[in-house]
Write a protein that binds this ligand. Structure first.
Ligand SMILES: [Zn+2]
Length: 334
């Protein structure tokens, strides 16, 4: 058969060949009869194998199947800890005792304080030297008619200001003007006409004119009592001047050795009694009643202040040095 150029001409021989190849392929594709008969059996075997696959995986330890098959783990109980045995006591700490640092050296100190005021309002000033140790208290001018006692007290102030070593191990306090009103007028008593050295609360105080309305009634006396309370002195020197009698180192209480020390330098006599009663005096109260070594230094009344200081400078320096060295008044005798 003729076709256009676009068609392929198939010869009859080719058609016959194609039929033979189709038949051969059909025979090749044909399932053997034995297999067709065994086909149901093979399908069942295949189904059984598919169903048993999870079991096989489980047996073989397959991960996915095992995860879903294993029950959740039981909660893990908290571990029971055995209580720890009691701790043995710590070994005693042996430490070297800490040694206290050495005490700093005493710093000398000086200050002036106003203890009170006189009847007429004049200040009564106390000068303190030293910061520690026993105290030596010195005062003058309790009688306004005895100004040389002020000169000697102020001379002692000059010594202390010049030689701080005198109070490096003790305290020294000086009150130069115990009766400023009387000193201003040059009279023995204060502005109330009271003899202050008869106004102290001694056991022998007597109610008399010029002794005050009561022991310690005067502001000047109260200032001296305040000084005693403040200082708690180990020894006291009260400076006076005397007329119609030779000067002396009079002492009350256990002040005999102090009087002897002064006498070696000022040459004054040492006496335990001034020779007349002095009720309510400072010496009676401080030395006699309180038992504090007390010196009543009686200067010559008519001597000038400068001369009195010249005669007593070495005596006072010796007293200050002995007090500073020993740290307490040397007491002997009575
Ligand atoms: Zn006097």
């Amino acid at each position: 058969m003729l076709t256009s150029s676009r068609f392929t001409y198939q010869r009859p021989s080719d058609e016959a060949g194609r039929g033979r190849r189709r038949r051969r392929l059909s025979r090749a594709m044909r399932v053997p009869r034995v297999l067709r008969r065994l086909r149901p059996v093979l399908l069942q075997v295949s189904l059984i194998l598919q169903l048993s696959l999870p079991v096989q995986l489980l047996v073989l330890g397959g991960c996915a199947t095992r995860v879903h098959s294993v029950p959740p783990p039981a909660p893990v109980a908290a571990p029971v800890r055995k209580p720890l045995p009691p701790m043995p006591p710590p070994p005693p700490v042996t430490r070297r005792p800490v040694e206290a640092p050495p005490a700093p050296p005493a710093v000398p100190a000086a200050q002036a304080i106003t203890l009170g005021h006189s009847v007429q309002g004049r200040p009564i000033v106390l000068h303190e030297f030293g910061s520690a140790g026993p105290c030596l208290f010195i005062f003058g001018g309790i009688h306004g008619s005895e100004p040389t006692s002020v000169d000697v007290a102020e001379g002692i102030l000059g010594l202390l200001r010049t030689y701080p070593g005198l109070y490096s191990r003790c305290r020294v306090a000086v009150l130069p003007r115990a009766n400023p009103d009387g000193l201003m007028r040059g009279r023995r008593a204060n502005a109330n006409r009271v003899d202050l050295n008869r106004n102290f609360p001694a056991r022998n105080w007597k109610r008399r004119e010029g002794h005050g309305t009561r022991p310690g009634s005067e502001p000047e006396t109260q200032a001296l009592l305040a000084a005693m309370e403040r200082l708690r002195p180990a020894a006291v020197v009260s400076i006076h001047s005397i007329q119609n009698q030779p000067p002396c180192n009079n002492y009350d209480g256990p002040g005999g050795q102090m009087a002897e020390t002064l006498a070696r330098y000022n040459g004054y006599r040492v006496i335990a009694s001034i020779g007349y009663p002095t009720p309510g005096s400072f010496g009676s109260w401080c030395g006699g009643d309180l038992g504090i070594p007390t010196i009543t230094l009686e200067l010559p009344r008519r001597q000038a202040g400068g001369e009195a200081w010249r005669d007593n400078q070495e005596a006072m320096l010796a007293l200050l040095r002995s007090f500073a060295d020993v740290g307490h008044p040397v007491t002997a005798g009575g």
